[in-house]
Design a binder for this molecule. Structure first.
Ligand code: PGA
Ligand code: MG
Length: 226
């Protein structure tokens, strides 16, 4: 097996436990000769800034696949899915006191503070005919279009880079990384990952957070797969 690129989640994967960027992981990523893409549920400017400060090229998937850029000097693309998310948000606001995260910058989905009963919200939402779903990343609960996810985003971005999603190894830690594992050639969950992502993974690291990403890259190097 030989892979041509790596796509990694940000929060919980290249960070430390308290969410600071993991400097050891950054150092390791900087040694790589192949393209390294960031994929996050967070907003596009957060993803692009992280890419810039790591020393990468600006190929990022943000808002769980809703926003993509391939290079810093190119305009991003956005999916048009906010309207249904807003309807779901208004409906759920009747039952819960919800707090939006970064609403000024978020263009394709809604991220909420994790301080309400997700299972109850999910069952309430089922009564509505909306094309949205809720995903918990452990950092936020996202209301997003069912059509958009990091897997769909990876296919699109890979195509823009002249690659296939299968050419990528994916590294991640939570439920919003599952589809990216499904479309990539090989999925690695870091040790702190949720059960759902560990089940979807081809390999699970012993180490957690950024140390898990270092271990993942070393594993790929030892195998000669990158
Ligand atoms: O924005 C979030 O909720 C989590 O972000 P992540 O996808 O980088 O882990
Ligand atoms: Mg994550």
């Amino acid at each position: 097996m030989k892979f041509k690129a790596i796509v990694a989640d940000i929060d919980g994967t290249i960070t430390c436990e308290k969410r600071e960027l993991h400097l050891g992981a950054v150092k390791k990523i900087r040694t790589l000769k192949l393209p390294f893409v960031l994929a996050t549920g967070n907003i596009l400017c957060y993803a692009r800034t992280t890419s810039r400060l790591i020393g990468l090229e600006g190929a990022v998937i943000a808002e769980n696949g809703g926003a993509i850029t391939v290079r810093f000097d190119l305009q991003g693309t956005y999916e048009e899915s906010m309207e249904e998310c807003e309807k779901a948000y208004s409906f759920l606001s009747r039952y819960f006191n919800l707090t939006k995260l970064d609403p000024l910058y978020r263009k394709t989905e809604i991220a909420l503070r994790r301080d309400f009963d997700l299972e109850k919200a999910r069952s309430l939402l089922k009564t509505q005919n909306l094309d949205v779903e809720m995903v918990d990343t452990k950092y936020a609960i996202h209301i997003k279009s069912k059509k958009v996810n990091k897997g769909v985003g990876l296919k699109k971005l890979a195509n823009m880079m002249g690659l296939k999603a299968r050419d990528f190894v994916a590294i991640g830690d939570s439920a919003n990384d599952v589809e990216m594992f499904e479309v990539s050639g090989f999925g690695i969950a870091v040790g702190n990952g949720d059960e759902i992502i560990k089940e979807a993974a081809d390999y699970v690291t012993e180490a957690t957070y950024g140390d898990g990403t270092i271990e993942a890259i070393e594993f790929l190097e030892e195998k000669g797969w990158i």
